[in-house]
Design a protein around this ligand. Structure first.
Ligand SMILES: [Zn+2]
Ligand SMILES: [Zn+2]
Length: 154
């Protein structure tokens, strides 16, 4: 399992391999010491049961999607179709626009889910079965506030 641990101080993402996570890491950006408690399930890539950073056990899943990639596909499609439109090949222009939108959908549908910790936003990628539910704004609000109070950010 790959973990992207979030520094509680500065929110920097620190990539880790669950199989050889040390007992603590130091944030490369702000120097904060972060103790890590990996559960056996996380280490073995069988489940995300507890977050090693904030020790919370509330997670949601979302598509592992880089939004800039999606935008790039659509923008590229729009540019190419504008050229055809300019030369009055409307049909081809619309076809390319539709193809770009479709490519976006296909890319999106193929992506694997990743698990995210509600509290500290650490991310988990691996072969383990996804059991968490989709993102819930209400839960996020509550848990984030609780976490931020706990680490003294508010
Ligand atoms: Zn930091
Ligand atoms: Zn967490």
């Amino acid at each position: 399992m790959q973990i992207l641990a979030r520094c509680p101080k500065c929110d920097a993402g620190l990539p880790l391999r669950a199989a050889d996570v040390p007992a603590a890491i130091k944030c490369g950006r702000c120097g904060t010491e972060m103790p890590l408690e990996i559960t056996p399930a996380v280490r073995a890539d069988t489940a995300v049961d507890r977050c090693p950073v904030c020790l919370g056990s509330d997670f949601y899943i979302r598509k592992d999607f880089d939004p800039t990639l999606g935008v790039a596909i659509v923008v590229a499609g729009a540019l190419v179709s504008a050229v055809f439109y300019w030369f009055r090949h409307d049909f081809i222009a619309y076809g390319i626009l539709a193809a770009a939108a479709l490519t976006d959908l296909v890319v999106y549908g193929r992506l694997k889910d990743l698990t995210v910790c509600y509290r500290c936003h650490s991310e988990f990628r691996g072969a383990y079965p996804r059991t968490a539910a989709a993102f819930d704004l209400h839960t996020a609000d509550e848990l984030e506030q609780e976490y931020e109070r706990r680490i003294g950010r508010r």
